[in-house]
Design a protein around this ligand. Structure first.
Ligand code: HEM
Length: 479
């Protein structure tokens, strides 16, 4: 054997040696090269792999930040603004990547979840996959909240204080719980120490474990697709789905394209607009925390704004916190609310499509409203937009099948009464001006009418496609 042939055989033999002790080749074969993915994935299917990449970016940059960061109220702000940003080599770059990474994580997670909603990817057999996703979303929110305190700027300090204070709204146990979480009666050294530990140690480990479970669950049941047709129900003689292609190389190559476009945008933010016009880093966070000076307007970062609008809009702290928390419950029970056998939005009725649009639009509107100051009109619009968001979610079971006219009428009467009852009850709390509340009531009441009245007059608006295509349709790689 020449030296060259011997050298060439080294990787193969090394691989064989490892494989005898750990099944790398089998895993590569079963999870990538031998994983049958539907051939019609579209742009919505980029976000999962992009999130995997952002997770790695966050872990790597977070590690270097943690090396130089000081979890002490006297040192934290300066260890970030002077130490990391100016004195440590490339510290500014690592911090900016971590900041842009955090926000891009949420852009991706919202798109990823909405994709699952559009194509009914939460339905049988993917309910558990979806539930694990909802827990990941909760953990991601907790991770971002914990990390936000670390720079110990004005907004970090007051934002965290406000959020922990929300816990006091829980009857009986609220106050001791908030003190227990802070480790003190106000946000201070024990709070910073534990938030630091949870942010760099506990939550990343939990997130990694959950993402692993998420991917295992996905590969167990197989990917859904924009047509919502199960490719595993149509196998060829070799047991391979007729409409499937190997994930590797077809989708690894496709994902490289997605990663390239994503990184272009990502780098633009890192190098040209790392604070994202005050959206990614609040302007107030360029001032060290001052425990004696409460800012006039306290905001969370952009990805929590819709929830903040709910908290601000509902004129009672306990109900506000419940309203905010119930969004996660709604997401968790989605597979059991939308039980229509058709998965993809492509084959659902026009009015279902409208409703899905309103879910997204009202969530975005809530964010825009919360970005404004805490004025009466902003709070009242926040309340009514919350009602629209909730209505759009809660009427999903109506679309489970074609309903006779009288049933549609009952749904209309029930939802319209609920909207008015909730509002009359809110007026009775007297937190907002009556005139303003009445003037803006048209939002939820109007939306309920917009869904059900046309459905009563023109039932075809709520009629799904009578048949589904037998094969996957446009947009795939190989046709
Ligand atoms: C760190 C966060 C997450 C990572 C890294 C991640 C990763 C992935 C990956 C790689 C896929 C397969 C590729 C794709 O369909 O895009 C996937 C699919 C899926 N994910 Fe996630 N995910 C995360 C969070 C979530 C969340 C928060 C939810 C929902 C609440 C969710 C629900 C789903 C569903 C339902 C699918 C199957 C989609 C289909 O086959 O149509 N994921 N995820």
């Amino acid at each position: 054997m020449t030296a060259l042939t011997w050298a060439k055989s080294v990787p193969g033999r090394l691989g064989g040696w490892v494989n005898e002790r750990f099944p790398v080749r089998e895993m590569w074969q079963s999870e990538l090269a031998g994983y049958a993915a539907p051939k019609n994935f579209n742009i919505w299917y980029f976000f999962g792999s992009l999130m995997l990449m952002v997770l790695v970016i966050q872990l790597a940059t977070g590690l270097f930040l943690a090396i130089h960061y000081q979890p002490n109220p006297h040192l934290a702000y300066w260890s970030v603004v002077r130490g990391i940003m100016r004195d440590n080599s490339w510290g500014w770059l690592i911090r900016y990547i971590h900041i842009v990474g955090a926000s891009s994580f949420f852009v991706l997670v919202y798109l990823h979840m909405y994709r699952a909603m559009l194509y009914g990817s939460y339905k049988k057999p993917r309910e558990l996959l979806w539930l694990v996703g909802v827990v990941i979303y909760l953990m991601l929110a907790a991770e971002a909240f914990l990390g936000y305190l670390l720079p110990w700027g004005q907004m970090s300090y007051w934002g965290s204080s406000v959020v922990v204070n929300f816990l006091t709204a829980i009857p009986e146990i609220g106050k001791p719980l908030a003190t227990w979480i802070r480790g003190d009666f106000v946000t201070g050294l024990p709070t910073l120490n534990r938030f630091f530990t949870f942010h760099v140690f506990l939550m990343p480990m939990l997130l990694l474990a959950l993402v692993l479970v998420h991917i295992i669950a996905l590969h167990e049941v197989g990917s859904n697709n924009p047509d919502g047709i199960e490719i595993r129900e149509n196998l060829n003689e070799d047991g391979w789905p007729r409409e499937g292609i190997p994930f590797h190389p077809y989708y690894t190559v496709k994902d490289v394209f997605g990663v390239s476009v994503f990184l272009l945008v990502f780098c633009w933010f890192v190098f040209f607009e790392p604070a994202g016009w005050g959206l990614l880093v609040d302007k107030l966070n360029f001032t060290p925390a001052n425990v004696l000076h409460t800012p006039s307007d306290i905001h969370p970062l952009w990805f929590f704004l819709p929830f903040y609008a709910m908290l601000r809009g509902v004129p009672n702290k306990t109900y506000g916190v419940a309203t905010f928390f119930f969004v996660f419950v709604l997401l968790a029970i989605l597979p059991w609310m939308d039980r229509n056998p058709i998965k993809s939005i492509r084959y659902r009725s026009s009015w279902y499509k409208l409703n899905m649009f309103v879910i997204a639009a009202s969530f975005i509107m809530l964010g825009i409203i919360a970005r404004g100051r805490a004025t009466q009109p902003n709070m009242v619009y926040g309340l009514h937009m919350t009602e629209v968001f909730y209505t759009a979610f809660l009427i999903l079971p109506y679309f489970n099948k074609q309903r006779p006219r009288w049933v549609t009428f009952l749904w209309f009467a029930f939802f319209e009464s609920c909207v008015w009852l909730v509002d009359i009850w809110m007026y009775s709390i007297h937190a907002h001006s009556w005139t303003l509340m009445l003037q803006t009531d048209w939002l939820p009441a109007g939306y309920t009418a917009v869904v059900f009245l046309p459905a009563l007059l023109w039932p075809r608006l709520v009629k799904d496609a009578p048949t589904l295509p037998k094969r996957l349709t446009a947009g795939g790689l190989m046709h």
